[in-house]
Design a protein around this ligand. Structure first.
Ligand code: NAD
Length: 370
């Protein structure tokens, strides 16, 4: 069985608490011989700053590059609010994304049957929802130059951000999205604003060309990003995979995520290029939530987003889709039995701590392997 190298970076706040549940799962998978993971642990964020004065050290970066996948908890907290800008906790995560070249951000929005009532939308609109937003992560208006504020000298200032995309950036994110669609329900919706933005015209053109050249078997549709946003809340089940740029993806993925309920439930993956030599793709998996300083150290953080992020690593880095399916089934089964962490508790539910939830999910998984 292949040996996979993981770098675990728990980070700050609830990061180490939820990472402990992933560690428990990995230990069991190794002990059963279901998988073989070699794990190393490192510091990132505020904990790295306390030990080394930076958000991540060069040594940890080298270990991240050498790993088959990075499993990341969360960083930040009020303790580090006044540290120098370049050494702030988030700088550790941003460096990981940049130096690993993680250009594709995958955010699934899945509604577990037992939680359909927790959404702000009517249950019938979101029951069985399973969509994937693919957001371009390293280009577009957040990084384009010039990016300035100029004093015009007449009491006015001018702020400029630049939206810029090259063909290759659109091609590679489109390929990630088409490949995902092929493994799902074979439909891709591309969103941009070609009616008012040149970058939208090019985005539309390039996605259409990639489709015609390489992915004719996948159904491709285009929507303007604003009406796409409307459709996400009006009839979200029409979508399978959505691909969009950095700015629109930032907003649309948050909208899609909230269709499903709590922050404690949302996983994500960030993928880079496939290495020509090793054929491996650089990757980092992290929950969408932050370090939740308000509940850190109390032992009642929801570990599901973290566990489901590890599930995405199984699926997208290690071709262990069947195991990932079983992990998802175990999470759904625990929720169906009424166990809830405090953030998702409902009337009549049993409230579990972080470790009780982690243990219950592992027990369900064990039953699926019995
Ligand atoms: N990727 C990251 O590491 C990341 C992302 C977002 C925010 N942050 C940082 O985290 C810190 C706190 O930020 P915030 O409060 O805006 O966002 P947050 O996601 O940490 O918390 C928002 C709210 O959701 C709750 N929550 C989050 N995750 C939960 C979980 N797993 N279980 C139960 N409840 C959960 C929190 O208790 C809080 O009430 C800040 O320093 C921020 O910069 C880091």
């Amino acid at each position: 069985m292949a040996n996979h190298k993981l770098l675990l970076l728990p980070g700050d706040g609830i990061g180490p608490e939820v990472m402990a549940e992933v560690k428990r799962l990995i230990d069991w998978l190794n002990a059963q011989g279901i998988a073989h993971f070699e794990t190393e642990q490192g510091l990132v964020g505020g904990s790295a700053y306390d030990a080394h004065g930076v958000g991540i050290t060069d040594d940890t970066m080298e270990r991240a590059k050498a790993a088959d996948a990075v499993i990341f908890g969360a960083v930040g907290g009020p303790k580090w609010d006044s540290v120098p800008y370049e050494a702030r906790p988030e700088a550790g995560l941003l460096r990981l994304r940049k130096d690993l070249g993680l250009f594709a951000n995958l955010r699934p929005a899945v509604v577990y049957p037992a939680l359909a009532g927790a959404s702000s939308l009517k249950p019938e609109l979101i029951e069985g929802l399973d969509i994937m937003i693919v957001r371009e992560l390293t280009g577009g208006v957040y990084f384009g130059e010039p990016k300035t504020i100029t004093d015009l000298g007449n009491g006015q200032k001018r702020a400029i951000d630049t939206q810029v995309y090259d063909t290759y950036e659109i091609e590679r994110i489109a390929r990630v999205a088409f490949d995902l669609a092929r493994k799902r329900r074979n439909k891709l919706t591309s969103m941009e604003k070609r009616n008012v933005m040149k970058s939208g015209v090019l985005w539309n053109e390039v996605v259409t060309q990639v489709h015609a050249r390489e992915y004719k078997d996948v159904t491709l549709e285009h929507q303007l990003a604003d009406s796409g946003g409307m459709n996400l809340v009006k009839s979200p089940k029409q979508f399978d995979v959505i691909v969009t740029d950095n700015l629109f993806g930032d907003m649309l993925s948050d909208i899609a995520a909230m269709l499903t309920g709590s922050l404690g439930m949302l996983p994500s993956a960030s993928l880079g290029e496939i290495d020509a030599k090793t054929k491996k793709r650089r990757s980092l998996f992290e929950p969408v939530h932050g370090s939740a300083p308000d509940i850190a150290g109390k032992g009642f953080a929801n570990p599901i987003a973290m566990l489901a992020s590890f599930g995405m690593a199984l699926r997208y880095s290690f071709e262990m889709g069947a195991l990932a399916d079983r992990l998802d089934a175990a999470i759904a089964a625990v929720l169906a039995k009424g166990l809830r962490t405090a953030d998702i508790k409902s009337e009549g539910a049993t409230v579990a701590s972080t470790s009780q939830m982690g243990e219950a999910i592992l027990r369900e998984l064990q039953a699926l392997y019995a």
